[in-house]
Write a protein that binds this ligand. Structure first.
Ligand SMILES: C[S@@+](CC[C@H](N)C(=O)[O-])C[C@H]1O[C@@H](n2cnc3c(N)ncnc32)[C@H](O)[C@@H]1O
Length: 271
């Protein structure tokens, strides 16, 4: 992204393909074909939006995540490649044992985590988000991925709206974890276009996770696992300590850039 109205060529090709309702390869292969006036105007408007920083995914209303195409718009965070690590770890755990398992995707946003888990494992997944608007995007994505039967959606502030008796085998959470003092350092297009509530996690970035961990006891089945995406060593240490203090045994996974990205806590009542 450029700040001066310029647009990367690859983004421009994607925009031409989107506005012409053809694939990117087709757009590249048929460069001699003419655009009708309405399409040309649409392309010009979308290029201008991109030049002003609107993320490409919001313009083309799609983002690939775990080799699936998700619908996205400004109501949801654009799924990030680093979140694929959380999904990979969840799939490993769910692949370890046979039988029915109940999964929770806390802070589902576009539904990317929950829908991929439901599709790949055929297990039942409850998707929770505090945003009604995000949940309608998540529901739509579950339809697109053909997992409507396997997914349920609940608008709730963390566990507050969930009846007590429900216990999960696996809880996956990518909750907001940007600290207030990190906000200024984020890319302009993230700050201007992505939902603040999906990113900001309070002063240290861990406020929502702290509340979440306070509500975890009683929400996991015996031997159940919680997987949390975090933003690096400082947060990983804090959340790891809190989980251990609550009786979880915890392991940490780093992403491809070597950043501590996923914490996996195992709950046993004897621990
Ligand atoms: C970082 S985004 C993650 C979205 C999606 N899971 C992903 O990985 O792309 C965090 C999500 O948590 C939701 N959220 C924030 N506070 C919440 C709360 N107290 N209870 C439930 N969801 C919350 C936001 O609305 C947002 O959709």
């Amino acid at each position: 992204m450029f700040q001066n109205g310029a647009v990367k060529r690859l983004d421009a090709i994607n925009i031409i393909a989107f506005a012409s309702r053809i694939g990117r390869e087709e757009a590249l292969a048929n460069q001699h074909l003419e655009l009708d006036g309405a399409t040309a105007e649409r392309i010009a408007r979308l290029l201008e939006e991109r030049g002003h920083g609107k993320p490409l995914a919001y313009i083309t209303q799609k983002k690939e995540f775990f080799s699936e195409e998700f619908y996205v718009d400004e109501r949801v965070l654009i799924p990030r490649p680093e979140t694929e690590l959380l999904v990979e770890e969840g799939l490993k755990i769910l692949g370890e044992e046979k039988g029915e398992r109940l999964v929770l995707d806390m802070g589902t946003g576009s539904g990317a985590i929950g829908a991929v888990i439901a599709k790949k494992t055929q297990q039942k997944v409850l998707c929770i988000d505090i945003s009604v608007e995000a949940l309608s995007v998540a529901r739509y994505n579950a339809q697109r991925l053909n997992v409507t039967e396997k997914t349920k959606f609940l608008c709730s502030d963390l566990f507050n709206g969930l009846r007590e008796a429900v216990r999960f085998d696996v809880i996956m959470a990518n909750l907001p974890y940007v600290a207030v003092d990190e906000w200024g350092g984020l890319m302009e297009d993230v700050k201007r276009f992505e939902p603040r509530k999906a990113l900001l996690g309070g002063k240290e970035g861990t406020e929502i996770y702290e509340k979440f961990m306070g509500q975890l006891p009683g929400r996991l089945a015996e031997g159940g696992r919680v997987l949390c995406e975090v933003g690096g060593q400082r947060q990983a240490e804090l959340i790891r300590d809190r989980l251990r203090a609550r009786g979880f045994s915890v392991i940490t996974r780093k992403d491809l850039s070597g950043v501590e990205r996923v914490l996996i806590g195992k709950w046993t009542s004897s621990s």
